[in-house]
Design a protein around this ligand. Structure first.
Ligand code: IMP
Ligand code: MG
Length: 213
């Protein structure tokens, strides 16, 4: 089973004043729950674990947009650093896919998938995504990928939510297991806002109203 850093349900987080947060979001957030530096440190270790397990396979890294773009870029930077500083290295290509399932802070029950031109080649794929809540998005993507018969597919999610809504699906690699709250920042959005925030934070109720569609 994948190991992960657990953020407890009673985690108090950190006061916003202790970190740099854009002025336009200052009144929208409760606490910083995962500071950017900690995200980076955990991502560096995930890169090492992935390279260790992939052996010599060519990796197609599939970015799941939009929420996964920061994690994808940083994870690949760490994989590149390992590739250029050790005796063993694995060839790496990239592809992008877009999925959409959320409106406000709720899943809409339909997962739309757009894009992905290299899905059908036979390499090992690593698919980094932002967060697994019910697991529905990833299960939809996995059934799509399996139609292309890849040699292997590994899923790495920065976050997995502890929630009774979970289908039981667990990714192969997990950065953090987080409480059942709506989180934003580091490319995770609420109706497209908060992707431009470096830290992962808890959204307050006032902001849920303010940015509601
Ligand atoms: P799932 O299909 O229920 O596993 O939900 C996964 C998708 O829902 C993610 O890729 C996000 O786009 C979105 N999502 C779920 N929880 C959150 C959250 O706390 N903040 C932001 N987006 C979320
Ligand atoms: Mg979203």
């Amino acid at each position: 089973m994948a190991s992960y850093l657990q953020i407890a349900d009673d985690e108090k987080g950190h006061e916003l004043d202790l970190f740099c947060v854009p002025r336009h979001y200052e009144n929208d957030l409760d606490k910083v729950i995962i500071p950017h530096g900690l995200i980076m440190d955990r991502t560096e270790r995930l890169a090492r674990d992935i390279i260790r397990d992939m052996g010599g396979h060519h990796i197609v890294a599939l970015c799941v947009l939009k929420g996964g773009y920061k994690f994808f870029a940083d994870l690949l930077d760490y994989i590149k650093a390992l590739n250029q500083n050790s005796d063993k290295s694995v060839p790496l290509t990239v592809d992008f896919i877009r999925v959409k399932s959320y409106c406000n802070d709720k899943s809409t029950n339909s997962v739309k998938v757009i894009g992905g031109d290299e899905l059908s080649n036979l390499s090992g794929k690593v698919s980094p995504l932002d967060i697994v809540e019910t697991g529905r998005t990833m299960q939809t993507l996995l059934s799509l990928l399996s139609e292309c018969n890849p040699k292997m597919v590994k899923v790495v999610s920065l976050l997995v939510k502890r929630t009774p809504r979970s289908s039981g699906y667990r990714p192969d690699y997990i950065g953090f297991e987080v409480p059942d709250a709506f989180l934003v920042g580091y490319a995770l959005d609420y109706n497209e806002y908060f992707r431009d925030l470096s830290h992962i934070c808890i959204l307050n109720d006032q902001a849920k109203e303010k940015y509601k569609v």
